[in-house]
Ligand binder design. Structure first.
Ligand SMILES: [Zn+2]
Length: 311
């Protein structure tokens, strides 16, 4: 896809570029990074982490799925052991940033479980925003790359929506890039629908080396991270999403994998969560149960009764 003509592109993170992304406080602005998994912060904003002076990180999941596939493949006998290893890797990454995070929170949600816990995650995100009072929240875009990424996008949008309804002031809501699909091929380092308001930074040699060093801490994710080039980072103001609709036509990237969600069931879960937390303002009315096959529908209904993830 061609670059939008007015997209700002800069060589390296100059002070001016950082102010352009984060606002007048620049690198001193209090930032809360809300990422689905340990490593998403490095993928989306590894270069920027070299400069942030006042930031916190909230992980929506503990990075270990109940199905144990990734854990076993990496030699871990328990889900908890794998989650601990991933958290240790994140700590190692953050020990390399010139400023240490003010706060590091991991929600008690397994990898791939986020779509089934949207109301709880939204409330935790809202609490974290109230506690840290960031000027800026940076999270994933809604792109159908990974169900947990889309869940983080939902939770941040929903939390800010609730705060606005309560008359509270809300932080600036930005997005970093994650990944999405194009006919089953992974697309990284760019947004699904690029727009003119993106800030694009071509990392300098030192910034690339820094980001590479962060990546190398994620030993359990070595294979996956190989697919992420580290040449550039992009940020933009989060658009207003309709989470009741899939982010794009056709098969979403995660539908090519057995990542726990039957088809476009994510939208059904988002619609239900929006109603449950009281932000069903008409944009969340559609239920997408028709995307479930009978077996998945049975498991989903059982999930609603027991509130335990069903895969
Ligand atoms: Zn992720």
């Amino acid at each position: 896809m061609p670059e939008p003509a007015s997209s700002v592109s800069r060589e390296g993170y100059s002070e001016e570029a950082i102010r352009e992304i984060l606002g007048p406080q620049g690198a001193s602005a209090p930032v809360l990074i809300i990422a689905a998994h340990m490593d998403d912060e490095a993928i989306g904003a590894g270069g920027l982490l070299k400069y942030l002076k006042n930031f916190s990180v909230l992980n929506v999941t503990d990075g270990a799925a109940r199905n144990m596939r990734a854990a076993r493949a990496r030699g871990y006998a328990t889900r908890e052991g794998y989650a601990l290893a991933r958290r240790a890797e994140l700590r190692e990454v953050l020990s390399m940033t010139p400023s240490q995070p003010m706060d590091l929170t991991t929600l008690d949600v397994a990898d791939l479980d986020a779509p089934f816990n949207l109301p709880g995650i939204t409330m935790s995100v809202k609490e974290a925003i109230a506690r840290r009072a960031p000027a800026i929240v940076i999270t994933h875009p809604y792109e159908g790359g990974h169900p947990d990424h889309d869940s983080a996008a939902f939770a941040v949008s929903a939390a800010l929506c609730l705060m606005r309804a309560e008359g509270k002031s809300v932080p600036k809501h930005l997005e970093f890039t994650s990944y999405h699909g194009d006919g089953g091929k992974i697309v990284t380092s760019r947004f699904l629908n690029p727009g003119p308001d993106e800030a694009r930074i071509e990392l300098s040699k030192e910034e690339r080396a820094f980001k590479e060093a962060l990546f190398s801490c994620y030993r359990t994710q070595k294979g996956a991270l190989r697919g992420f080039p580290i040449g550039s980072e992009r940020f933009r103001k989060a658009p207003q999403y309709d989470f009741c609709r899939p982010p794009h036509e056709g098969r979403l990237f995660y539908q090519y994998f057995d990542w726990g969600l039957p088809g476009r069931a994510w939208c059904a879960l988002a619609a239900r969560a929006a109603r449950e937390i009281g932000i069903g303002d008409g944009r969340f009315e559609t239920d997408y149960l028709e995307f479930f096959n009978p077996r998945a529908a049975y498991r989903y209904l059982r999930y609603l009764r027991t509130r335990t993830a069903f895969f």
